[in-house]
Write a protein that binds this ligand. Structure first.
Ligand code: MG
Length: 375
């Protein structure tokens, strides 16, 4: 078999337990239960000359088994294909599952495979992924999210914020969107006073305000000089976001819940956000993310990708406008390597590809796996 053929594909479903149940505003408004685990779909691809690529997709609360099942149905199409022809392979996988659409679970299943193909391509080029894309920088401004959730008492939020800054992270995001905005206001004020005026601070309402609340409370929040207000409204309310973005000085950020480029285009066309927050695993992988990033830059938007810093650090480093990357330590146990933060920024690793190998712990948390081709 020539060296430029996919020889073997392994898919696995991995359940990552979280240290404590996590609550954002969706839990406080009764729409969701606290999150206790995250389910990952890993794809590992090997070529005939024994080069390897690894990618992952994920789901929170539900959808993990569906992503795994869909990937399992389409993955046999990969064997024998040239792994460098990512566009062709991506289309082949899309058409294989065309009857269930080009968004959501179907493309999130393909995302793990697509990311593995990009990892493989960068490894073969002996380049970090950011450099394969064409990097604009070798580090990206980083802010922490994991310390600012609503299950944490405010004293804990302040302690975690101080630790993040001491660890070299540059900004702090806290959750808001509680039914009583006065409680949100007290928490934002407490954190702003704790941090002082110079530390970048963001808030995230996780879609839990209605239009009047978002406008009225958004005006109250102007005094805190926030970097952005995230997901003030329902993720699909492009018109409402556009009105808010026009009415407030504080920039509006959204996009993490959208599951395709097409859905993001609606936001962009409506001028709904100042900062776009795509999530590569959620919108179908790196291939669609690159298309969206080109469109976002063309429209003058800032970029702050959602979650999965292990992937998004590379994509943010290749975005023309100075972006942000979101820091969560939650995925650390899955991998042997760690990302470094220094002077407020996350450093792009000099290892080829994404720069990660899965840990023994990741293997121990594997609940299902299947293989295609020959080992
Ligand atoms: Mg968010």
């Amino acid at each position: 078999m020539p060296s430029d053929q996919i020889r073997h594909v392994r898919l696995s479903s991995v359940v990552l337990p979280l240290d404590q149940p996590i609550s954002d505003a969706k839990v406080l408004t009764g729409r969701q239960k606290p999150m206790t685990e995250i389910v990952f779909l890993f794809a590992e691809i090997a070529t005939a000359d024994d080069q390897h690529g690894i990618g992952f997709s994920y789901s929170k609360r539900a959808g993990g088994p569906a992503q795994y099942a869909h990937a399992k149905e389409v993955a046999a199409n990969l064997v024998g294909e040239d792994p460098s022809d990512i566009g062709k392979v991506y289309d082949k996988l899309l058409w294989a599952g065309a009857s269930v659409g080009r968004s959501g679970v179907a493309t999130q299943a393909i995302a793990a495979i697509d990311i593995a193909l990009w990892d493989l391509k960068a490894k073969r080029a002996r380049l970090p992924l950011a450099k394969l894309f064409g990097a604009h920088r070798d580090s990206v401004r980083a802010y922490n999210t994991s310390g600012g959730f609503l299950h944490a008492p405010i004293e804990e939020v302040k302690e975690r914020a101080s630790k993040s800054l001491a660890d070299g992270i540059g900004g702090i995001k806290i959750k808001v969107g509680q039914p009583d905005t006065r409680i949100d206001l007290d928490r934002v004020r407490a954190v702003r006073e704790h941090l002082g005026d110079d530390v970048p601070l963001m808030v995230d309402a996780n879609q839990q305000w209605d239009r009047p609340t978002a406008l009225r409370f958004g005006r109250v929040l102007e005094q805190f000089d926030l970097v952005w207000i995230e997901e003030p409204l329902d993720a699909y309310d492009a018109e409402g976001h556009a009105h808010l973005a026009a009415a407030l000085d504080t920039p509006i950020a959204t996009g993490e819940m959208l599951s395709s480029v097409t859905e993001h285009v609606r936001l962009i066309d409506a001028r709904a956000a100042d900062i776009i927050q795509p999530d590569a695993p959620r919108i179908g992988g790196i291939t669609p993310f690159l298309r969206l990033a080109a469109l976002a830059d063309h429209n003058g938007l800032q970029l702050a990708p959602h979650f999965a810093m292990e992937i998004h650090l590379h994509l943010a480093a290749a975005y023309p406008r100075e972006p942000w990357v979101e820091h969560f330590e939650w995925l650390n146990p899955l991998f042997n390597e760690r990302l470094e933060t220094l002077d407020g920024r996350m450093l792009v690793p000099d290892r080829p590809g994404l720069g990660f190998t899965t840990s023994d712990q990741c293997a121990a948390w594997t609940v299902d796996a299947c293989e295609f081709g020959t080992r």
